[in-house]
Design a protein around this ligand. Structure first.
Ligand code: DAV
Length: 384
């Protein structure tokens, strides 16, 4: 009797020791954009739908693509184009695997389904850009609240993956769900042809208000203990404040601003590619660039993109050319046709691994947008 009791109490003690001394090693770990990449999520083309042309989508859409969005709202993107994009993304996954990276994919979800909340009604968009929605900080996955109504339920495509990572030891947070009621949007926001457009954006006005916190994960750029954020069309100040308070004293969140009339996602504007090296978009100067210079960082201005005007980019600028994916500080995935950018990396002593995802670019993202880090080998460090 006593022998059994002894064994079982010892078991309990051992169990406790195990919990405190060797916590589960999280499968999720990424602190910056350049540590050696081990595992990644690559987005999906399948099921992509054009979002309803709401005020927040319109604010970010170039006039030449308004008709496209108005006629196709709630419909699939052109099928022949999607087929090409899907093939490009399969090749991208294959190349990543060849480079030793484990590739995971979101689920296939019906984004055409209409949903109604007490505050709004919409159809969905896609699960193409995991960088927009999943913010990985250390061992934690944060699901961003988003700001487009068409992206409210986008997290669903990632839930089976996230639950798997959670079971294996990752931390998992979902930021406060916004209501996305009319108060979150400035319905009088001027479009790019409005003569008041420049005046208003110069006063730092955006299509989203401060009604409630909202942010997209892609408005954050990680460099260890320093994280760079921007107020954009989809990330408001209270959204940045939420991230700051949530992460606490271990991290410095720097709110940066740029010469950019229509900001959305920082990764075509400012990109930390290595310890002490930052790409800064020459067309969108950073008002706080001295922060990097004073810390001894090298500020590199990447060359202008060369993608022709004839190629449709329905939801982004051409600066996807600098939206690259670092496999480590010596290897980068970049666009085969963006030759000036390829040459820039070669000059920096970084080996370009090139391919084209031009049809996938049309959906609004480059290699960085199309992915999100799950695991990079490295430590949480201070580089600034
Ligand atoms: O430069 O238009 C593209 C969005 C990247 N996720 C731009 C931002």
């Amino acid at each position: 009797g006593s022998h059994v009791a002894y064994l079982s109490s010892r078991k309990i003690t051992l169990g406790r020791e195990k919990q405190t001394e060797t916590p589960l090693r999280s499968p999720v770990w990424s602190c910056n954009e350049w540590d050696p990449l081990e595992e990644i999520i690559v987005g999906r083309v399948e099921g992509a739908h054009v979002p309803p042309f709401t005020v927040e989508v319109q604010a970010r859409t170039m006039k030449r693509y308004w008709d496209f969005h108005i006629y196709r709202a709630g419909q699939p993107y052109p099928q022949a184009h999607l087929a090409k994009a899907a093939a490009e993304i399969e090749t991208f996954c294959y190349i990543l695997e060849q480079e030793g990276v484990t590739v995971r994919r979101p689920a296939i979800v019906d984004h055409s389904m209409e949903y109604t909340t007490p505050d709004f009604r919409s159809t969905g968009m896609y699960a193409a850009m995991p960088r927009d929605i999943l913010l990985v900080i250390g061992d934690e996955i944060i699901e961003a609240p988003m700001a487009w109504r068409s992206r409210f339920f986008e997290y669903r495509a990632y839930r089976s993956l996230i639950k798997e990572y959670f079971k294996q030891g990752a931390r998992w947070t979902t930021a406060p769900k916004p209501q996305m009621s009319d108060e979150l949007y400035d319905k009088n926001y001027p479009d790019e042809n409005d003569p008041n457009c420049h005046k208003i954006t110069d006063q730092a006005k955006f299509v989203t208000t401060e009604f409630e916190p909202c942010f997209d994960a892609a408005d954050f750029m990680r460099a260890g203990r320093d994280i760079f954020a921007q107020r954009s069309q989809v990330t408001n100040y209270s959204g940045i404040e939420w991230v700051k308070r949530h992460l606490g004293h271990k991290y410095n969140i720097h709110c940066l601003s740029f010469e950019d009339r229509n900001p959305m996602h920082i990764d075509t504007t400012l990109f930390t590619i290595a310890p002490g090296v930052v790409l800064s978009n020459p067309e969108r100067p950073c008002h706080q660039i001295d922060l990097f210079k004073k810390a001894g960082w090298t500020v590199v201005h990447p060359p202008y993109p060369v993608i022709p005007d004839s190629h449709p980019l329905w939801s982004s600028s051409k600066w996807l050319s600098m939206n690259v994916l670092m496999l480590d500080t010596k290897r980068v995935i970049c666009d085969v046709d963006e030759i000036p950018t390829v040459k820039m990396f070669e000059k920096l002593g970084i080996k370009p691994i090139t391919l084209s995802i031009r049809h996938a670019n049309s959906l609004g993202g480059g290699f960085h947008c199309w992915t999100t880090d799950i695991r990079r080998r490295g430590k949480l460090e201070s580089y600034l």
